[in-house]
Design a protein around this ligand. Structure first.
Ligand code: HEM
Length: 452
């Protein structure tokens, strides 16, 4: 273990992370159903008293508007417990530092550059399809999230860093899961309290995960460039460091890489995984996607303009993101006292804003538990109530890679479904775990069938 990994590991089991604080509360068999019920009972604002602090779980659109837009500067990011994963990456910081970090990266997430990324994404997909062909032949049951995480990591490394994935995605995916499994943290806490554990070693799964995770940025930086491109996000960050731009030291570059390897991959992987589960349950929708791909780009290589025209495929993905938003909760701390829709908030209170509950609220969504991609037909999107759909957040902290991920998923769905029929073989519906992201508790086991 490096000294950084060792230092981070010693903080494991401390109670400062909100994810672990609200864990007993969301640890129920069906945590999201419990949250939806409680939200209804408490009129959209669930107060929790936790020793010396107060947590509010908020789930009305006025709450979202106040926290994310109207009084956004009063609600700062709260990422304690995830520091080993993200360090001081853009997603975790606020104010002037956030601006200095985000501003130079924005051009790499502009729709104009996506046209350049599409061929790289197709390379990742072609590689995945060859692997899937073997999986289909063998007939084995496999974990879909490992597959989609590996694909998303491959896409991000090629498009943003000009690298082939310089690590074993399966091992890293395992580490990510070990870290976000709150029961691993609880067991360390108990061992520390009983005096059984004084030095947290690599044998504890989350400590091992931290060790593995912290090696990734240097693995990316030192890997051979894939195509030797002149202009990439990674090169821009390295130049910012070399030029000594404010906020841009080597640790910042490392933290940004970590951020993309998690926030830019796990969310996309979950979106693709949940969508494939829904499509396995609704084969007629999968057929419509196949037909749309055929009509839009036929047998030629799709371009970014083609992906823009995949409106049905996109509506399927958006509906999957409504039902299963990977970022089911957005966490903040109040800087000063405030009032949100009649609720008095004190400086220091924690806010858990919950897109999941809003997405499942019958006030905004007819038959909210039903899978209906038509809700997202282009003509109907404009009629939607503002802030009733928040899979990518809202306001100035809106997801930087939202459009990129939509392109990745739309391209993946059309390409993969034209060649395969993925069959979900797990418990139906999958049980959900409210981890840092919205995870299937028992994974998403699948078998593949190659179409002739
Ligand atoms: C379907 C996939 C994705 C979902 C559901 C998603 C969701 C989100 C959400 C909800 C936020 C806001 C968090 C908050 O307000 O606390 C966010 C922020 C962010 N996302 Fe995504 N994301 C996805 C894909 C991506 C991808 C592909 C990238 C980059 C390659 C990315 C990079 C970021 C970054 C850098 C931020 C921080 C922005 C800031 O703080 O200014 N995301 N994402």
């Amino acid at each position: 273990m490096t000294s950084d990994a060792h230092a981070y590991s010693q903080t494991l089991g401390e109670e400062q992370s909100i994810w672990f604080k609200i864990q007993p509360f969301i640890n129920a068999d069906d945590p999201m159903a419990v949250l939806v019920r409680l939200s209804q009972r408490y009129g959209g604002c669930i107060p929790i008293n936790f020793r010396s602090e107060k947590i509010y779980i908020l789930s009305e659109i006025e709450h979202a508007r106040r926290v994310l837009v109207d009084n956004v500067d009063n609600y700062v990011k709260y990422f304690d417990g995830l520091k080993p994963i993200f360090g001081h990456a853009m997603i975790t910081v606020d104010g002037a530092l956030w601006q200095k970090v985000r501003q130079p990266q924005q051009p790499y997430f502009h729709p104009d550059v996506y046209a350049e990324y599409v061929p790289y994404l197709l390379v990742s997909l072609n590689k995945k399809m060859e692997e899937w062909s073997k999986l289909a032949q063998s007939g084995v049951t496999f974990e879909m999230l490992e597959e989609t995480w590996g694909l998303a990591a491959d896409m991000i490394c090629r498009a943003l860093f000009d690298r082939e994935v310089p690590f074993n995605p399966h091992a890293v995916f395992g580490a990510v899961k070990a870290y976000t499994d709150a029961s691993n943290h609880r067991s360390i806490r108990l061992k520390k309290a009983s005096g059984e554990l004084t030095d947290v070693t690599d044998e504890e799964p989350p400590a091992h995960a931290i060790g593995a995770w912290l090696t990734l940025p240097e693995a990316v930086i030192s890997a051979e460039p894939w195509q030797g491109r002149e202009k990439t996000l990674l090169k821009m960050m390295q130049s910012a460091e070399a030029a000594g731009l404010p906020a841009w030291d080597h640790a910042q570059v490392q933290d940004e890489i970590k951020q993309y390897l998690w926030a830019g991959t796990e969310t996309t992987a979950l979106t693709l995984g949940w969508t494939l589960y829904l499509l396995s349950r609704h084969p007629e929708v999968a057929d419509k996607i196949r037909r749309e791909a055929h009509e839009v780009y036929g047998t030629r290589r799709p371009t970014a303009a083609d992906v823009e025209r995949l409106s049905y495929t996109r509506s399927v993905m958006l509906e999957a993101l409504r039902l299963y938003p990977p970022a089911w909760a957005l966490i903040r701390t109040a800087v000063a006292d405030d009032e949100i829709a009649g609720h008095k908030i004190k400086a220091g209170d924690r806010i858990v804003l919950c897109p999941y509950i809003i997405h499942h609220d019958a006030k905004y969504w007819e038959d909210p538990e039903e899978f209906r991609p038509e809700r997202f037909e282009p003509g109907r999107i404009k009629k939607r109530v503002k802030y009733s759909y928040l899979p990518f957040g809202a306001g100035k902290r809106f997801c930087l890679g939202g459009q990129l991920s939509q392109m990745e998923v739309a391209l993946a769905l059309t390409q993969l479904l034209r060649r395969f029929r993925p069959e979900y073989v797990g418990h139906t519906p999958p049980r959900v775990a409210a981890s840092v992201t919205l995870m299937p508790k028992d994974g998403l086991p699948f078998r593949l069938h190659e179409l002739s």
